[in-house]
Design a protein around this ligand. Structure first.
Ligand SMILES: CCCCCCCCCCCCCC(=O)SCCNC(=O)CCNC(=O)[C@H](O)C(C)(C)COP(=O)(O)OP(=O)(O)OC[C@H]1O[C@@H](n2cnc3c(N)ncnc32)[C@H](O)[C@@H]1OP(=O)(O)O
Ligand SMILES: CCCCCCCC/C=C\CCCCCCCC(=O)OC[C@@H](O)COP(=O)(O)O
Length: 301
């Protein structure tokens, strides 16, 4: 019996040793394997951080003030991934009154940029499905994140109208991704109008944000995830005072155009959208013309 047990033990030891050898080799050699490891860790780490955030947030109950806890908890994640975030125009957020922030939406990594610049008392609007993502859903709820049901337009619009009142009553700012979904292809999808109806109903300014394309360090399609840089530009507030619902389409177009203009010519003239964005303005030329990668990647081992 002792002999059998000993053999079994050494078999386990061998298997473990092999695993310890194979995983790092695979990680270094296979771009796809590395991509999946990094994404899995990203999701797992955030689920775990939410476990820590929940009891702290629960002391206050559901409150926008809890976004400060969530923001500070997520702040270090960019370092784990060697992503350098450079922010410009942060002074545009210095308004006493509430406002609606609108930003382009590339992937779940937007969370890193969002937590880099998120003003105090500002909550994102998110799809309802996020509420069911375990601990993350609960943390989001405690942070006062506003959930909308994208499958029921009337419901979503009702929540947005309610939000206009809440913003003014409780002095709350709101962050919306007006594309309404993630867009991995550089540049931007057409905008949905909810954010702009919201701003007009509350008579508060819209503050656009452009986040540069992740193409140099991240591509879901190519299963590529390395280190890199991201530039975030906060644009000047766009007033809505005196505008009525009929002005919403024009406001939407104006804001989108301002973001596209910034995206094509901003970032020191290198552009924000990378090489294959559907906007063929002054895009970064050549391999390192854009926002190329650097920084320490903890995952590189
Ligand atoms: C520690 C761990 C913590 C973890 C933390 C995690 C943080 C997580 C961060 C989370 C980040 C998560 C990020 C995410 O989850 S992003 C996904 C969810 N976000 C959005 O979808 C926001 C953008 N969407 C919109 O604005 C849409 O318009 C909505 C959703 C409102 C409706 O969309 P829908 O597709 O159903 O309909 P439609 O757009 O064709 O509109 C129909 C008509 O209604 C008009 N209309 C629209 N609105 C209003 C209004 N208010 N008053 C009056 N009218 C309004 C509109 O103009 C149009 O009319 P017309 O123009 O054609 O005549
Ligand atoms: C017990 C249930 C366990 C569920 C496990 C879920 C694991 C996910 C855990 C953490 C994820 C953290 C990142 C969440 C924040 C990113 C929000 C986001 O980017 O939502 C996408 C939404 O804007 C657009 O959605 P679609 O592109 O239309 O789709």
């Amino acid at each position: 019996q002792t002999i059998w047990w000993g053999n079994w033990l050494s078999l386990v030891q061998w298997a473990l040793a092999l695993l310890l050898l194979v995983v790092p080799v695979l990680y270094e050699c296979s771009r796809t394997f590395k991509y999946f490891c990094k994404m899995a860790f990203y999701n797992g780490w955030i689920l775990m951080l939410a476990v820590l955030a929940i009891p702290l947030c629960a002391l206050r109950g559901r409150s926008v003030e809890n976004m400060k806890i969530i923001r500070s908890m997520l702040h270090h994640v960019k370092h784990l991934y060697g992503i350098r975030i450079e922010v410009r125009g942060l002074e545009n957020f210095n308004l006493a009154e509430p406002y609606v922030v609108v930003s382009n939406h590339q992937s779940s990594l937007d969370l890193l940029g969002m937590m880099e610049v998120l003003p105090d008392r500002c909550v994102p609007i998110a799809k309802k499905e996020l509420m069911y993502m375990g601990t993350v859903g609960l943390a989001c709820w405690l942070g006062g994140i506003i959930f909308i049901n994208r499958k029921k337009t009337d419901d979503a619009i009702g929540v947005m109208s309610e939000t206009a009142r809440t913003m003014l009553r409780d002095n709350v700012r709101v962050w919306v991704f007006p594309e309404g979904t993630r867009n991995h292809n550089g540049s931007m999808l057409p905008f949905k109008r909810g954010a702009f109806h919201l701003a007009v109903q509350a008579q508060v300014p819209v503050i656009p944000i452009v986040m540069s394309s992740y193409r140099d360090f991240y591509s879901k399609k190519e299963r590529r995830f390395t280190t890199g840089r991201c530039l975030i530009q906060v644009l000047a507030p766009m007033p809505t005072q005196g505008l009525g619902p009929e002005a919403v389409p024009a406001l939407t177009d104006r804001v989108r155009q301002a973001m596209l203009d910034e995206g094509s010519s901003g970032g020191d003239g290198r552009g924000f959208w990378g090489r294959e964005g559907d906007y063929s303005g002054v895009a970064g030329e050549g391999g390192d013309g854009g926002l190329a990668g650097e920084g320490g990647d903890q995952f590189a081992g």
